[in-house]
Design a protein around this ligand. Structure first.
Ligand code: NAD
Length: 295
């Protein structure tokens, strides 16, 4: 039987509708829009596309997008000076420095310089620590989007066996923390994991965040499991073009899983929606207001 498709586009659209209402309320209450500052160093085409879509979504949600494009030869000191300026700017609630950065800039040092209260990517070590101890944190957008999809699909996750493939600071580790926070029994698998297919077959919830096209085969999936495919991989397609595929062999996994996210149209759209959400949450906290529970 074919799995249910988890429609990330529809979920993101619904969420963005709620975010727009909250953004209006924030503006009416405080007399200013919530503000997201984006910083792009250089002209990497993929990064430029990402940043453009983030700014567009910010404006569409009724927030203020302040974009700072910098030349590729920008020094680390110059970028740190801009981050400091944005930290002090009261109109800025969220700061997003688009990664990757050029080789002359140490990304970790830049992330460390962002005020944790404005760290809407959730990459600052203070936010990583807060998430790890279960305190109020700004959580990385992609795993937050995955959790939103899982809760809409399953409801109560407690007691489920969850396997996360990938241990990056951006996706794998925060995903595992979030699932633990939902009382799942969590396994983090990675490149050194022994017998990965067998580990995956124990998962009621399987999250793949690896970056290897269609690595997870259909017979790695437990019948009825919920599969969240974070991977975005470009592979050769028909007629000389390229196409996007996930880390999961979708056609095979779909025959076994209970529910599955497609690529594209699954996790991807949720990431930007969660960036808007984090910006609004940060704005409310900075203004001493309580953000709605369902954001
Ligand atoms: P990463 O390269 O930082 O981490 C990949 C992880 O996969 C590592 O922890 C590694 O141990 C593990 N891994 C590598 N090879 C493996 C193997 N053979 N078996 C098991 N584990 C293996 O990548 P990332 O930043 O976490 O991103 C992962 C994927 O998610 C990429 O495809 C990326 O493009 C995608 N991504 C998507 C979104 C989105 O919005 N949908 C956001 C971020 C990342």
């Amino acid at each position: 039987m074919s799995a249910r498709l988890i429609d990330g586009r529809a979920a993101a659209e619904a969420l963005r509708g709620r975010l727009a209402i909250t953004a209006d309320f924030f503006r009416a209450t405080t007399g200013r829009p919530a503000g997201l500052a984006t910083v792009l160093v250089g002209e990497d085409p993929a990064s430029a596309v990402y940043v453009r879509s983030k700014i567009k979504a910010t404006e569409e949600a009724g927030m203020h997008g302040l974009h700072h494009p910098l030349p590729a030869e920008t020094s680390e000191a110059e970028l740190l000076a801009l981050v400091e300026q944005l930290n002090r700017d009261d109109a800025v609630d969220g700061i997003l420095v688009q990664l990757p950065l050029p080789a002359q800039i140490d990304a970790a040092r830049v992330i460390d310089a962002i005020s944790p209260e404005k760290d809407v990517d959730g990459f600052h070590v203070v936010n990583a620590g807060r998430l790890a101890v279960g305190a109020e944190a700004l959580v990385p957008c992609t795993p937050l989007g995955c959790l939103h999809l899982l809760k809409s699909e399953i409801g109560d996750l407690s007691g489920a066996n969850a396997v996360v493939i990938g241990r990056s600071n951006i996706v794998g580790k925060p995903m595992a923390s979030l699932l633990l926070g939902e009382s799942c029994t969590v396994t983090i698998a990675h490149s050194r994991t022994r017998d990965l297919p067998e580990v995956c077959r124990r998962a009621d919830i399987l999250v793949a965040a690896v970056g290897r096209a269609e690595m997870v085969r259909g017979d790695w999936v437990k019948p009825g499991a919920t599969v969240i495919d974070v991977g975005i991989n470009r592979v050769p397609g028909a007629t000389g073009k390229t196409r996007l595929v996930g880390d999961v062999a979708f056609a095979e996994a779909r025959e076994v899983a209970g529910a599955i996210t497609p690529v594209p149209g699954g996790v991807g759209p949720m990431t930007i929606a969660m960036l808007l959400r984090n910006t609004l949450v940060a704005a409310h906290r900075r203004a001493g207001l309580k953000a709605p529970e369902d954001l």
